[in-house]
Design a protein around this ligand. Structure first.
Ligand SMILES: O=C(O)CCC(=O)C(=O)O
Length: 260
């Protein structure tokens, strides 16, 4: 499926997200699922207590701990495939940088509720969060491997600060809790084959349920200072580079790290 980069850019700019239905075909998803399920089985086994008690995601999927050379190359080729790069380039036209990957699943613990947040709230106080949403750009590209309830987003909050309800709920102030519903939230159901691109710093939450297992690819704008989030072990090894069709995202990450 062709994409119109400038249309996607203006949707993202306006709303902070866009979704493309049936973007990947069944064989692309089944090849990706095979590799990711291998990671997930090994990761859950190795992190049994954490998985059982509190986890709702894992990260570092492209690292060397759970996947061998060939599977990692397959992941790197998916991440830098034309389909993914067309989306990345439409939002971050200059020097997009690979940050990490995360895998989102249902928590085993039924007490855990899906919760509203901006990703930046875990690293920054309120004043710094305001600056982050004005100045930097971290993209999540969510690729669901099974049909899922998807995500709930508050459109436009990649650029605007919270209203009172949003702030109190996500920060759990004034007696509110982060799992309450928000009147400004928009739920986006996702099926395997769809892709959702959204700003990590907009107000959002994953919706637990069905068989969710979603691969999120995180990419940032090289003007932003997120070098510390890049794990060397999650970048391709030198001997993998000639097996990867488009190395831009990874080379940009290596370059930033080398000059830091
Ligand atoms: O799917 C989830 O559980 C949360 C997703 C999320 O917060 C994120 O991708 O930043």
């Amino acid at each position: 499926m062709g994409v119109n980069g400038s249309q996607l850019n203006s949707k993202y700019d306006d709303q902070g997200y866009f979704v493309i239905r049936d973007y990947f075909n069944a064989s692309e998803i089944s090849a990706l699922r095979k590799v990711v399920l291998k990671f997930h089985a090994r990761w859950t086994q190795d992190n049994e207590k954490f998985y059982r008690e509190e986890a709702f995601n894992s990260s570092l999927i492209t690292g060397s701990q759970y996947l061998a050379f060939d599977d990692r190359v397959k992941l790197f080729n998916f991440i830098s495939s034309k389909k993914i790069m067309n989306l990345v380039d439409s939002v971050i036209p200059e020097n997009p940088v690979f940050m990490n990957t995360q895998l989102f699943f249902n928590p085993v613990n039924p007490q855990q509720k899906d919760f509203w947040h901006r990703d930046c709230q875990y690293d920054h106080d309120v004043e710094a969060q305001k600056k982050v949403i004005r100045e930097t750009q971290v993209l999540h590209l969510r690729v669901p491997l099974f049909d899922e309830l998807g995500m709930e987003l508050v459109p436009g909050t990649h650029k605007r600060w919270d209203n009172e309800e949003e702030f109190n709920v996500r920060q759990e102030e004034a007696g509110r809790v982060s799992s309450e519903s928000l009147s400004t939230g928009k739920a986006i159901r996702l099926a395997a084959g769809d892709v959702l691109v959204f700003s990590a710093d907009m107000i959002h939450r994953g919706l637990y349920g069905l068989d969710r297992l979603a691969l999120d690819i995180l990419v940032f704008d090289s003007a932003a200072d997120y070098i510390d989030y890049i794990d060397d072990d999650c970048l391709p090894e030198i001997s993998m580079l000639d097996k990867i069709d488009d190395t831009r995202l990874f080379m940009n990450a290596m370059h930033l790290k080398s000059v830091a």
